[in-house]
Ligand binder design. Structure first.
Ligand code: ZN
Length: 293
């Protein structure tokens, strides 16, 4: 794949996320990463799908009280849109911990159709298997997708304040470099829609907890509002990913843009979940998909 964009090419701006709308479903994706590297990264919104209020309408979370049938239908529709096999979608339990699970063939497809089969105790998933989409679900917490395009390894992490505090982004990178053959310097990272430093007001106790762990308070605290995406960005850089290879969705505070995103706070606690999805596509499917999001 290196013949299209050399591994030493330092212009990675083509990999930025853009918002695409197909058949009434809007999602953020890196078109160039898919076309050039055969790796899919997508962050969904609440648009599209079949769920009813208060889960309207592309709710992808099975754990929020929505009808399971609607969620499965939504997942299947999303997979059709993205050219993925819904039965191979692999999901984690998401317990606000910092455990990273490596997805091998024995757990591929876990949690695709049922919550209780999701990978236990994990908040991040890593794989190098082709055609095994990793999917985690969000409504304010920070979605992080990390890609090592040369060896085609992907990681997806769920970072709420507990995950950020426990540095799950860095743990995910460690999970990807386990065999020592890959390095953070070769990775590209994507930070999806989450509640921003504009809206995430927290109590004194939490601010104190963060101040004990993180320096440069001005980077991540605005009055009494915590900027989790800024902290995640700093953690990715500190772990060795170049700033030019870290991409965020523009204008994507889930609380500010509650019409476009599910927001736990913005919706008063009962709401749906958008997804962060990543997949290593089979090589034969790569490079011929510019028409897909
Ligand atoms: Zn906001």
């Amino acid at each position: 794949m290196g013949d299209i964009k050399g591994d030493n090419d330092d212009d990675y701006s083509a990999y930025r996320l853009t918002c695409e709308t197909v058949d009434g479903t809007s999602l953020y994706t890196s078109k160039a990463l898919r076309a050039e590297r055969g790796i899919l990264v997508a962050f969904t919104t609440r648009e599209g799908g079949y769920s009813r209020t208060p889960y309207d309408s592309l709710n992808l979370g099975l754990h929020v009280g929505d009808a399971d049938a609607a969620v499965i239908k939504n997942r299947e529709a999303l997979c059709v849109l993205l050219g993925l096999d819904p039965s191979r979608m692999t999901c984690a339990e998401q317990v606000h911990g910092s455990v990273v699970a490596v997805v091998d063939e024995s757990v591929a497809g876990s949690g695709a159709m049922s919550l209780k089969e999701a990978v236990r105790g994990a908040d991040a998933l890593v794989t190098n298997l082709e055609a095994v989409p990793l999917a985690l679900f969000f409504a304010d917490c920070v979605p992080v997708v990390i890609v090592e395009p040369r060896h085609r390894i992907i990681g997806v992490a769920h970072a709420g304040w507990r995950g950020v505090h426990a540095n799950i982004a860095e743990n995910t990178i460690y999970g990807m470099v386990e065999d020592g053959a890959v390095e953070p310097a070769d990775m590209i990272a994507f930070i999806g829609p989450s509640i921003g430093g504009c809206c995430y007001r927290v109590g004194e106790d939490l601010i104190k907890k963060f101040a004990e762990t993180f320096s440069h308070k001005e980077r991540w605290l605005h009055g009494s509002k915590l900027d989790l995406p800024a902290l995640v960005n700093d953690q990715l850089e500190k772990a060795g990913i170049e700033p030019a290879r870290i991409f965020s969705c523009e204008d994507s505070c889930t609380s500010c843009r509650n019409e476009l995103f599910f927001s736990y706070r913005g919706d008063g606690g009962v709401t749906g979940r958008q997804a962060a999805v990543a997949a290593v596509l089979p090589r034969r499917d790569s490079g011929n998909t510019n028409d897909l999001p």
